[in-house]
Design a protein around this ligand. Structure first.
Ligand code: URA
Ligand code: SF4
Length: 213
């Protein structure tokens, strides 16, 4: 199970964005509206990786445009980072969810390791085009996709790590020289928290650990 055969070699971001709609690299494309590819300037210096599109992203076709996206925008702003200068994508390009009752919002399901690995060729292709100076992993799924299954966001968030030297497969992630990765919580954790302000502040503090570039 892998997206490999569906990723056009050497393609530009726009071409990749078109091609991902035909991906059958894992079963997650079934029962979705569309694949959601990354977005942002092709010359972005910062690449932000989330988990997978949510209900709203699946309908609209753009990453982080729902409630978690609003938290992300606010947190980036509070940390002095401008969303419009950042390339934002997800580890998995199709929305994994439980079927919902008619008219109800579909409930997100965490992608598993096989799906993350299957979808990785798309993420690798995005790295090859962007060659980021800074990488931000939002939450456990993104962190595991980039750093391997043993990485713990709860323990190692907000710490700049040499990139891609810290990656599970460094050769997979073309990046600028002296690049750095910072892992943090997923913005949706803020929405689920009892103390939203404190969790939001933690997210912002982690984002401030991203060295200026
Ligand atoms: N959560 C994510 O991880 N990515 C999105 O695009 C939206 C919500
Ligand atoms: Fe392809 Fe990724 Fe969608 Fe699976 S989740 S079908 S690998 S784009």
């Amino acid at each position: 199970m892998t997206a490999e055969a569906f990723v056009p070699e050497g393609a530009a971001l726009d071409e990749l964005r078109r091609a991902v709609q035909d991906c059958r690299g894992c079963p997650l494309y079934e029962d979705t509206t569309q694949a959601v590819f990354g977005e942002g300037p092709g010359d972005a210096r910062i690449l932000v990786v989330g988990e997978q599109p949510g209900d709203i992203e699946d309908r609209r076709g753009h990453p982080f445009v729902g409630p978690a996206g609003r938290v992300l925008d606010r947190a980036l702003g509070a940390a002095g980072l401008d969303r419009s200068a950042v390339y934002v994508t997800n580890a998995v390009k199709h929305f994994k969810h439980r079927p919902a009752a008619p008219g109800k919002r579909r409930i997100h399901q965490t992608p598993d390791r096989t799906e993350i690995v299957a979808c990785r060729p798309w993420l690798v292709a995005e790295f090859a085009r962007i060659r980021p100076h800074r990488v931000v992993a939002l939450g456990a799924t993104a962190a595991k996709a980039l750093l391997g299954p043993a990485f713990r966001v709860t323990r190692d968030h907000g710490v700049p790590l040499p990139w891609p030297a810290s990656a599970e497969n460094p050769a997979d992630f073309p990046s600028a020289e002296d690049a750095v990765l910072v892992a943090t919580i997923h913005p949706s954790a803020v929405l689920r928290a009892d103390d939203r302000d404190a969790v939001f502040d933690g997210l912002v503090a982690d984002l401030r650990a991203v060295p200026k570039v």
